[in-house]
Design a protein around this ligand. Structure first.
Ligand code: C2E
Ligand code: MG
Ligand code: MG
Ligand code: MG
Length: 286
């Protein structure tokens, strides 16, 4: 949005320049405001996690949860992670926040299992800042030790960009995490510009097919072709696939026919608080 404003500011007349500059200033004022508020969000307990079920197409069972961060600010209301995660990254706040997310998600899965839920995987989104931080593998191990959670129940979601900035460094970190027993998936797969040749060097367990390809899968032959190609490639590389953003039974039918392994989306459930997630799993078993 800032880029569009900048583009227009450059290409439009003088008056417009002033108008868009004002808009840009308002944006950065909000960004500063949010960043300051975010500094206190953790200690003020304004952050929470919601969980969205991941469903196996083979068994119809819930086999995983994705933890998604929520920020409820007393005056600003719900702030979207799409808005505050980038601010957390540039300010460095993503490190303490990301550690809180990892620990909270691990503790939640442990609590569900202790309450009798069958083991499922817990997927946690990792920012590139966390991924490049030298302490990450040790931190993950520490949290697994603390919670006594089997490492293979933790899945770390990385975007293509995270891995492609420094592929050799990424391979080393992935090898380290893999050796500690943790699984990794590529989030929003197909939207980045990953070199396919690196894919086989990455210690990846699963590709998450981006929701932008799933949206029109029933009508758009090109999206269908892309999804089909991703699933085919994943299968031949020995990778699992999960489709994100599944909202309709029609999309589900197409994905099943194409041999996708898992699905996730509003068709099953929105991301919900922990107790609602447990109730969803319970209801699905009946
Ligand atoms: P993501 O990891 O790709 O998560 C998927 C997003 O799609 C989530 O948005 C989810 O609520 C939404 N979604 C799920 N199913 C559907 C569907 O059927 N239809 C549609 N239209 N949307 C669906 P959310 O929760 O707003 O998160 C946005 C992004 O923020 C995430 O994208 C992730 O990149 C980032 N994020 C969220 N939590 C964390 C976190 O704890 N750490 C980091 N680093 N990033 C996070
Ligand atoms: Mg994700
Ligand atoms: Mg995604
Ligand atoms: Mg995303």
């Amino acid at each position: 949005c800032a880029d569009i404003a900048m583009y227009r500011a450059k290409h439009d007349g003088r008056n417009n320049f002033r108008f868009f500059t004002g808009e840009m200033q308002a944006q950065s004022v909000r960004a500063l405001q949010l960043e300051n508020a975010l500094r206190r969000a953790l200690e003020r307990e304004q952050l929470s996690l919601h969980y969205q079920p991941q469903v196996s197409l083979q068994t119809g069972r819930v086999i995983g949860a994705e933890a998604l961060l929520r920020w409820q600010h007393p005056e600003l209301g719900q702030v979207s992670p799409a808005e505050f995660i980038p601010l957390a990254e540039t300010s460095g706040l993503i490190l303490p926040i990301g550690e809180w997310v990892l620990r909270s998600a691990a503790l939640q899965l442990k609590a569900w299992m202790e309450a009798g839920m069958a083991p499922i995987t817990m997927s946690v989104n990792l920012s590139s800042v966390q991924f490049r931080h030298a302490d990450l593998p040790a931190l993950v191990s520490r949290i697994l030790d603390e919670t006594r959670l089997p490492p293979n129940l933790l899945e770390l979601e990385l975007t293509e960009g995270v891995a492609m900035v420094d592929p050799l460094g990424a391979i080393a970190v992935m090898n380290d995490l893999h050796d500690r027993g943790v699984r990794m998936s590529i989030d929003d797969f197909g939207t980045g510009y990953s070199s396919l040749s690196y894919l086989k060097k990455f210690r990846i367990y699963k590709l998450k097919i981006d929701q932008s390809f799933v949206r029109d899968i029933t009508d758009d032959p090109e999206d269908k072709a892309i999804v089909s190609a991703i699933i085919g490639m994943a299968a031949s590389l020995g990778l699992q696939t999960i489709a994100e953003g599944v909202e309709t039974a029609g999309q589900l039918d197409h994905l099943r026919a194409m041999g996708c392994d898992e699905v996730q989306g509003f068709h099953f459930s929105r991301p919900v608080p922990a107790d609602a997630f447990a109730a969803f799993v319970q209801a699905a078993l009946r």
